[in-house]
Design a protein around this ligand. Structure first.
Ligand SMILES: Nc1ncnc2c1ncn2[C@@H]1O[C@H](COP(=O)(O)OP(=O)(O)OP(=O)(O)O)[C@@H](O)[C@H]1O
Length: 322
């Protein structure tokens, strides 16, 4: 069964610039995708790609400009109220919880909002506290929770109406590696409860680990929609060459980018160094790269197999062109 069906969805915003009153900005530009019941589906894309706009439409918070959306067979335009009973969502960040209440009282409050009968709510809340690993902390005020615990409570909040479909917008944003790992396990376990999940994330590793299928979205359009393995095969014929240098100027970077066997170049800047991640065709001449950066103080060189992140960079580009 199809849980989420999106067809030719378009969302335009009026531009905020007062001088260009009637100009519109297309945030979601004719996208279509389906998510099967019980599946975890990932929506990946850079800032401003249109992910949050899409989720807001799917959760009935924003009206679509064009196109159709069905959630559990219900039409987003006609059955928004019924849909709201079958879905829930988290929009990351720390807002939306009552910090002066305990975790348990937060959940009780949200159960009330959904009119869950008290006896069912009590059982459900106990179960939720187990799922999100906050049983021992249930009477502690949320203001004393760590960021990871707050995010777990957000997931708990999203389970309070026992929804069929859950939308998670960047659930692990800003968490430390251990907090993020714990949360990923909790999210993974939601599939055992037969939930359908639509997840947005900036972390490729996370999408690769959790999602059965992934749509890569950029500038409002879907560039690819496939299993992680299939996306990775987009870069199976390339090699990733990583060079860490103390510093490098734009001229040299452009010289490397223009080498005929260089498919992509991504730079991660740290305080004391820059990491160049260079996607190379199979047939390449590494020494010509090294001769360009020879005098820049090379700290480290590695050669590695491509990951989902490399496939993503190939699809979305490295941010140098518009
Ligand atoms: N209310 C609004 N009015 C005008 N433009 C908007 C509005 N909300 C979003 N946009 C624009 O629509 C585009 C898509 O935004 P959206 O928030 O959906 O992207 P996103 O993929 O979720 O990005 P991020 O990862 O940064 O959250 C952006 O260019 C954004 O500036």
């Amino acid at each position: 069964m199809i849980a989420i069906n999106v067809e030719e969805l378009v969302r335009r915003y009026k531009k905020k610039n007062l001088l260009k009153k009637n100009e519109e900005y297309v945030a979601v530009n004719n996208i279509s995708f389906q998510v099967n019941k019980g599946e975890m589906f990932g929506l990946l894309g850079p800032n401003g790609a249109g992910k949050t706009t899409t989720i807001k439409i799917l959760t009935t918070l924003l009206f679509p400009t064009e196109g159709t959306v069905n959630i559990m067979g219900l039409d987003i335009r006609k059955d928004a109220k019924k849909i709201r009973n079958q879905i829930n969502f988290t929009f990351g960040g720390e807002r939306g919880l009552y910090w002066r209440l305990s975790g348990m009282d937060n959940l009780k409050y949200f159960a009330d909002l959904y009119n869950v009968p008290t006896d069912i709510a009590n059982k459900r809340i106990n179960r939720i506290l187990e799922i999100i690993g906050l049983k021992e902390w249930k009477n502690e005020r949320v203001e004393n929770y760590s960021k990871g615990m707050k995010q777990r409570l957000h997931i708990g909040k999203a389970l309070i109406n026992d929804p069929e479909v859950i939308f998670l917008d960047e659930p692990t944003l800003g968490l430390d590696p251990v907090g993020a790992k714990d949360l990923r396990e909790i999210i993974q376990n939601l599939l055992n409860l037969d939930k359908t999940i639509l997840l947005t994330t900036h972390y490729m590793y996370e999408a690769d680990l959790l999602c059965k299928r992934i749509a890569v979205i950029n500038k409002g359009k879907i560039l690819a929609n496939d299993k992680p393995e299939a996306l990775k095969s987009l870069v199976k014929d390339s090699n990733i060459f990583e060079v860490e240098v103390y510093d490098i100027d734009n001229d040299k970077i452009n010289k490397i980018r223009n080498l005929e066997f260089v498919q992509n170049l991504q730079i991660d800047s740290n305080e004391n160094s820059k990491l160049l991640q260079i996607q190379l065709k199979k047939e390449c001449n590494i020494s010509s790269i090294l001769s360009i950066i020879d005098d820049n103080g090379i700290k480290a060189i590695t050669n590695r197999r491509p990951t989902l992140e490399d496939a993503y960079i190939k699809l979305v580009g490295d941010g140098t062109s518009d």
